[in-house]
Design a protein around this ligand. Sequence first.
Ligand SMILES: Nc1nc2c(c(=O)[nH]1)N[C@H]1C(S)=C(S)[C@@H](COP(=O)(O)OP(=O)(O)OC[C@H]3O[C@@H](n4cnc5c(N)ncnc54)[C@H](O)[C@@H]3O)O[C@H]1N2
Ligand code: MOO
Length: 435
Amino acid sequence: MKQNIVVPPQACVQGCHNCSNECEQKELGVLSPVAAMDQLLLAIAGQVVDSEIIPLAEALDRVTAESVSAQFDIPVATCAMHDGIAVDWENCSRKWERGEKVLAADEFLHCPMGSVIPAEFDTLLHAEQCRIRKDNTAVLLALPIQYQSVQLQGSSVAEGEKISEAGEKLTPSHLAMLQYAGITQIPVKRRPRISIVAIGNDLRSPGSRPGPGENIDCDSIFIQAMARQCGAEAFVAPIVPDSESEIEAAVERELKQCDILVVIGGVGRGEQNYGDFTVKALRKLGTVLCHGASISPGGKNLVLACAEGKPVLGIPGPPHAAIIMTERFLPPLIEHYLGCLCYEPQEIEVTLEADLRPRGSSIWIPRLYVFKGDSGYTARIVDRLGDTVDNFIRAMASTTVHGDPEQYKKGRKVKVRLLYGEKTLKRKARKMLEQ
Ligand SMILES: Nc1nc2c(c(=O)[nH]1)N[C@H]1C(S)=C(S)[C@@H](COP(=O)(O)OP(=O)(O)OC[C@H]3O[C@@H](n4cnc5c(N)ncnc54)[C@H](O)[C@@H]3O)O[C@H]1N2
Ligand code: MOO
């Protein structure tokens, strides 16, 4: 394969009055990504998604809209936690003190595990603690502990007790617990609706072969899948050309039917010359809170806006930048609507194979290959030449590089976020070494 030659663009010196690009940089300071997201979350603070009641069996991974209380006691009656014989402990204790060890047939009852212990008994003797005789009397071999192996009515959960808080993401165990406590229908938050609009004359829809200078839109399916993984519903709208009026029309249309709008591409600062009209259209329809944040790749052109009271995320088109920006900025918006965390990649520690150089004051989020060595994991950066396939699937992790360069010297340990589970990572890491 021929090697691409990449000449990194010069950093913007913000001499805006002389700039031919006529961008809006001069009007907005570059916000830190945290400050930009804080502003956006503030702008949408009043926005919530409504709730819906669904069958419990369909509620896996959904988020509870209200707290839920048990419909009845668990267990509903006092019951045996083992196979054994139920006895009245006071009675056994008195007998034991007097040296009497025989229980008459009406002084005990065989109870299999889970069965109801009649009210006159309170303790379960294990088979090893007594001997049942042919005449159906029992000989005590040991004095049991009062209440042993008995689960009292309501001791697990009492009727009316809260068993799930609002804002809890339901796991298989939650479902079992809720079902156990008599719940069959549950109020959950409606999935936030995400509309995704890809913008660009050079973009082709999936299923067609791109001509020279064209690309298949692949960012939108990535963003849709990420949104779904986070518990949202996501729809990909038809591709929009680099036309201000058509972008405006698409944004207006989509804002009517979504909670969060993601637009991809056309967020550069080239406007007329390079077909970058997205920001201009957004300015007409709402407030652009941030165009450019000190984070890379992609932050230079990242857009956070608010229109019709809804958050709009403007993602840069180049796929290596789109994936990083989406991972960083989409989950917090979905979390705002769901009221719970929805994206928590597993973190591990790795040793750096070579220096990572922090980029000035900006936060840099490179993708990494991870190798398994004799003493833990080693990480190597996916560089810009290994653009698409490497960034999308060969990379195994990403990390955040910021601040003191000493922390990122060769041999230093850093935390990375895994894109796969650790067992898959082990397999992939081994395969890389075999190649
Ligand atoms: N003169 C300058 N040009 C550029 C600069 C700069 O500082 N000065 N920054 C570059 C960087 S960095 C980025 S990031 C982009 C931001 O660009 P846009 O969001 O406006 O992206 P487009 O121009 O629309 O497309 C760029 C590239 O990405 C491909 N693309 C776009 N959308 C998709 C999609 N949905 N799926 C797959 N690929 C997509 C598109 O075909 C182009 O090849 O600006 C740079 N330029
Ligand atoms: O560096 Mo651009 O900001 O590729 O995304």
